[in-house]
Design a protein around this ligand. Structure first.
Ligand code: NAP
Length: 259
């Protein structure tokens, strides 16, 4: 399917690896030029080079912490005038409800709620002015069904979801859509880290922890960054202009709900 976005420009945050990279690859395959971001310059340069070589699109790299004000300023300077924004950042650490104090919540809110909001606030006016734009926020299945050990994620991402629900309806008249993608378990470094933590706490191997989690998913496997990226690219396509303010769950059926 031709996504109709060849020649557009996208900022994909936190995209040297994992789900962000999956989104970047799928947009590049549709002919979109990219601004990529991550903190580690080496992995970012490798990803950017691989995408240029495979897809022949222009790729700029900004090695910066997207959750810091100075990092965001660097990224936004490089991404001036983008048509597509994919927000993403690392997820908060796991723990128990009783572990976290105010500072832990402030860090999680900064990374997973206030950072995407700041990026939208900076980039939406240009999209509105040009009469076209696509925003996809990578959130989590935890906004639909809380994950016990990820209370910081449950809280911060639900706040972002409420903001998007209201804002998406205000920018839609200008040809700009905002939607959220809710990943269930995907095979990335983040999933490895969570499996490693589970293995340690339960006294099992990481392979056993992975198999146990895969068994809870009706699809009986983890999702892939490629599948995730394909949905992101579709939401950024010309075909998705009537999809506004939605939360799209990619979880292999893990959350057992009718809607
Ligand atoms: P990942 O494989 O660990 O990749 C994270 C990417 O983000 C890397 O490129 C990393 O590069 C970059 N990054 C992290 N923090 C950053 C920051 N502060 N500034 C700029 N770049 C940053 O993680 P993932 O699995 O793709 O997860 C992406 C998001 O989806 C996370 O918020 C995660 O919590 C959420 N999620 C993932 C799953 C899953 O199963 N994978 C499920 C639900 C939700 P550097 O480290 O070099 O910065």
């Amino acid at each position: 399917m031709d996504l109709g976005i060849r020649g557009k420009r996208a900022l994909v945050c936190a995209s040297s690896k994992g789900l962000g990279r999956g989104c970047a690859e799928a947009l590049a395959a549709a002919g979109v030029d990219l601004v990529l971001n991550a903190r580690g310059a080496e992995a970012l340069a490798e990803t950017a080079a691989a995408i240029r070589a495979t897809h022949g699109v222009t790729v700029m790299e900004v090695a910066a912490d997207i959750t810091s004000e100075s990092g965001r300023a660097e990224v936004l300077a490089a991404a001036d005038g983008v048509d597509i924004l994919v927000t993403n950042a690392g997820g908060p650490p796991p723990g128990l409800w009783s572990d976290w104090d105010r500072e832990d919540f402030i860090r999680a809110l900064d990374a997973n709620m206030l950072t995407p909001i700041a990026l939208m606030k900076a980039i939406l006016p240009g999209m509105i002015g040009r009469g076209w734009g696509r925003v996809v926020n990578i959130t989590s299945q935890s906004v639909k069904a809380p994950i016990a050990q990820l209370g910081l994620s449950n809280a911060a991402r639900t706040g972002l979801t409420g903001y998007v629900a209201g804002t998406a309806r205000q920018v839609a008249p200008h040809g700009v859509t905002i939607n959220n993608l809710l990943p269930g378990i995907h095979a990335t470094d983040r999933a490895d880290a969570l499996d490693g933590g589970l293995a340690k706490s339960q006294g099992i191997t990481i392979d056993e922890a992975r198999a146990n989690r895969a068994a809870t998913i009706p699809a009986r496997r983890y999702g892939t960054a490629e599948e995730f990226g394909a949905m992101c690219a579709f939401l950024c396509s010309q075909h998705a202009g009537f999809i506004v303010g939605q939360n799209i769950l990619l979880d292999g059926g893990a959350i057992n709900t009718t809607f």
